[in-house]
Design a protein around this ligand. Sequence first.
Ligand code: GLC
Length: 438
Amino acid sequence: MDEKELLEKAQEVIKQNDRKKWTVPAGDLYPHQWLWDSCFIAIGLRHVDIERAQTELLSLVRSQWSNGMIPNIVFSDGAEYSGDRELWRSYVSPYAPHKVATSGITQPPMLAEAVVQIGLKLKLPERRSWYRQIYPYLLNYHQWLYADRDPHGEGLIILLHPYESGMDGSPPWVSELRKHSMPWWVSLIEKLRLDWLVNLFRRDTRHVPPGQRTSNVEALAFWAAILRLRRKAYNSEAILPRSLFAVEDLGFNCILIRANAYLRTIAKDIGHKLPESLLQKMQKTEDALEQLWNEDSGQYYSRSFVSHKLIREPTLATILPLYAGSIGKERAKHLCGLLQSKKDFGLKWPVPSVPANSDFFNPLKYWQGPTWINTNWLIIEGLKSYGFDTEAIELTNRTLELIAKSGMNEYFNPLNGQPAGADDFSWTAALTIDLLKN
Ligand code: GLC
């Protein structure tokens, strides 16, 4: 496929998944609106239809809870989806909106990036009015993150469910699950080898081979974790003191650091002063990132909120401090080295979600090895911001080559480029557009 064909194909995929005011990630497998998906989609869409890109984000913020949270899923209407809505029952929380049904948890705060990327395409007066329109939502969201998810003022946001990280089955979460939080009845089902029964209730394994998804046992435990949150009406004050499944997630906090910088830019552009207390908390996050660094292994890790220890399971989140943009040049150079190293992330079709030398590494399993286009995009942005231009161009070209060869899939085998997960995946298509246009 040449560039022109790639661009046409990408636009076709987005059109096919367009639901007028928002875009579903993939028609059958993910029939709702997702937070960070919509942000990546808007980043691509801005090149072809900027108004539609703005609508994508405005549809997303209509789901904001009155306490400021933006949920990871905004559910589609329709009787066929009542099961999805009923699993979450957002109405159990007094903060949930009345007009839309949503999940009760959030996802990586990519909104500020998407807002600014759209802003960059607008002339100054339009940019200002766009920023003014979205600023209140963004400010409330960032304030909620600190108020609700950093109760001890440590600077690091705590996540209550792996889905909040956007990297559902990622090793640190699975390892925490196995250590502290596996419900006894799920262990029993595993022991009796009855976990195959879970397939009867799973949508994803009807569309994608089970070997490419979260295992049944983990999926069941994640589901049980949703029920625990729901029972406490998604109220973190009630959840956190007794939770054994809470993580200061590295990737999320890196994305937040960059998002905070964008929020400062947006506020400045429209002449707003961010509250001093928020500015201090933002600074604290940048400082606290250093606590997630482990000198012995030369990697960053997520930290368990339960044991307060680093969860020493490497994933591509170790590279994301490049995207955060707050680390020193030497450290950035070291991370760039991990990207090139063949025993870590330097595989044939990079960047694998888990490095080749991890015990978890499985080239096809959900967030435990495959290459994803959104995380490649984050890494490319990170490389660019540290001036690693050659590496950024190389990764961009390799990513586009992979998509041209294998299709607009959800993820890919980093060893041979085989497509995996859902076909015609929206953020793969949208970010293809962005990578081609930049
Ligand atoms: C999966 C992914 C998550 C994504 C969602 C919709 O849950 O792990 O990152 O947002 O699918 O595409």
